[in-house]
Design a protein around this ligand. Sequence first.
Ligand SMILES: [Fe+2]
Ligand SMILES: [Fe+2]
Length: 190
Amino acid sequence: MAAADLNLPETSEEREILLYSFYRDAELRGSNLLFRLLQRIADPEAQVLLSEHLADETRHAWLWTERILELGGTPLAILDGYQARIGKLAGVPRDPVDLLALTVVVEQRALRRYQEHMKRGGISERTLEVLRAVSKDEGWHIDWVRKKGRELALASGNPERFEASLERFREVDRVVMNELEEQERELLGA
Ligand SMILES: [Fe+2]
Ligand SMILES: [Fe+2]
């Protein structure tokens, strides 16, 4: 897989391929957080929800991959995307409560990126279809992960931990998005 050249590509197809490679990367790295959670939360209800959630995220990654193929490209390796930057700044937590908080923050960010994209004009019908498909699962993802995070924090005797962790990751998310926003705006403006 070729690494993404972070100079703004020349053609609109190339710009789309780069942007969807960013989206695909975020979906795959989100899946990776869920794998970690599967290993760390044993309760059967969470195992069921995590399995369905993971199936959704890997499908989202496939939908972007498919869209990239339709545009005549192949996915670009994103070495310095949203989640890689989050990881560099915050580290990847080991504690399940922190992992759940990080998952909520990255899911909310993904949803916001897709919603902002949908508001733009001149989007092809196929891209719109993918944006709608990947956005529609986010509601239940965010709800259940938030609920489980609060529940585990309470059970561990530190009920504030989940909210504190959310706040910490939100701050990291803001820093990272400030770095990435300009680049995304250029790509979306294509
Ligand atoms: Fe997703
Ligand atoms: Fe999601």
